[in-house]
Every structure is written in structure tokens, then in C-alpha cells.
Design a protein around this ligand. Structure first.
Ligand code: PRP
Length: 206
């Protein structure tokens, strides 16, 4: 039996579609009502939907054998799992953005970066030899430079509409992001055959 943690929200629909393509019966999840964990009727799998950070926690601690989660959250985590496949879903980018007049690269003196991803932001600016102060923001990060909380933001951009509609521009692209399949380290050995079967199936369509 494989316990599979799927990420709610942005990735949810595309993940379900992908699993359906390889005949994993995620219909049970779609029709789950208020049930939190559901059993596949065709494959030896059970599924549950969680927030992205929790997906990583469940997989790292072996409660889930497998998880589907965005690379953005993986980069921000401590990586105590194997990242085995790029599923090619939920494609977006990490960018540095701000108001046109607030270029963080030309600012003289103290630079403040607002972000939901402190580790990614700090690592990136350090790699560029720029010392920045990071301010953690949990949502609507674009507000930061507009209201003067920070000089610029590090955030994910998918369509670019949120930035555009708020008058922000991209100063730099950091890295491409997409959904990844992650596997608990112990499960990778103990449930090798079931995991290999799933990977083989996914490899046919990804
Ligand atoms: C993310 C991100 C941006 C937006 C980018 O937020 O933080 O705000 O999506 O998408 P776009 O380039 O397609 O406009 P999300 O929708 O996850 O909500 P949040 O602000 O609550 O984190």
C-alpha cells in the first residue's frame, strides 16, 4: 500500500488529471465528501490532500510514502526526502520584482526583501554578493513594496498578471519551478516495487 500526499490548491487539478492519465483512481478523492483519506479502488494506494508545507512534513516523516509538491516549497525545505521526478505541472518562476523606481540592485545602502520564501531569497542574494535583510510575508507579497514594507520581493510568478495589475516589474528571474514527485527515504527501499510501478507509469506520460 502506498500512502500518497497531494498538494491542495494551485497544483490540485493538474495533479489529478495526471494521475487519471495513468489510471490511478483519484476520482475517489474528487468524490470524497468530508472524508480526508481515501482508498483507490484500482491501485494499492490511498490519497490525502494537504497544504504544500504539510505535504513535505508528511513525506519526510514517512506518514506518506509519496508526495506531489512544488519545487518552490522544496527549495525552502530541509530536503529530508528524495526528489525523484519533475512532473512538468504548475510551471512558474521565482522572480525578484518591485515598483520600477525601486530597483534593489541599484539601491545604495540597506536593501529589504519581502518574501514567503526567506531561504530562497537569502541564498539567491548571497550568491550575488548582495547583503539583504529578509522580511517574511505570508501572502499578497506584492503589497510589500507598494506600502513601503520592503524594497523588492522574491515571489513566484506564473502568468505575471498579479505583478502587472499592481504596477510591479520583474528585475530578475531566479529559477524555474514545477511540481515534483517526492519519496520518503525509507519507503524508497521498503516499497521499491510499488514506487517503481508508479514511476514507470508516470514516465510514460510525463
Ligand atoms: C502566488 C504568488 C503571486 C501570484 C502569482 O500567490 O504569491 O501572488 O500567485 O501568480 P500570477 O503570476 O499568475 O499572477 P497565490 O495565488 O498562491 O496566493 P497568496 O498570495 O495567498 O500566496
Amino acid at each position: 500500500m502506498l500512502n500518497i500526499a497531494l498538494t491542495k490548491g494551485r497544483l490540485e487539478k493538474q495533479t489529478m488529471e495526471l494521475l487519471k492519465q495513468v489510471d490511478y483512481g483519484v476520482e475517489v478523492l474528487e468524490n470524497k465528501g468530508r472524508q480526508l483519506v481515501v482508498q483507490d479502488s484500482k491501485k494499492p494506494c490511498s490519497y490525502f490532500l494537504v497544504k504544500s508545507n504539510d505535504c513535505i512534513t508528511y513525506v519526510s516523516r514517512g506518514v506518506a510514502d509519496i508526495g506531489v509538491v512544488g519545487k518552490d516549497v522544496i527549495l525552502e525545505s530541509n530536503n529530508d526526502f528524495y526528489e525523484v521526478m519533475d512532473l512538468g505541472l504548475g510551471k512558474c518562476k521565482f522572480v525578484v520584482a518591485s515598483l520600477p523606481e525601486k530597483n534593489p540592485y541599484t539601491k545604495v545602502g540597506h536593501v529589504v526583501i519581502g518574501t514567503k520564501y526567506p531561504k530562497v531569497a537569502k541564498t539567491y542574494f548571497t550568491s550575488k554578493g548582495i547583503d539583504v535583510e529578509i522580511v517574511k510575508i505570508d501572502g499578497s507579497v506584492e503589497l510589500g513594496p507598494i506600502l513601503g514594507l520592503c524594497d523588492a520581493i522574491v515571489d513566484i510568478m506564473e502568468t505575471g498578471n498579479t505583478l502587472k495589475e499592481n504596477g510591479l516589474i520583474v528585475f530578475d528571474e531566479i529559477v524555474d519551478i514545477s511540481a515534483r514527485l517526492i519519496v520518503n527515504k525509507a519507503s524508497f527501499k521498503l516499497k521499491r516495487d510499488e514506487i517503481k510501478a508508479l514511476l514507470d507509469d508516470l514516465n510514460k506520460v510525463v
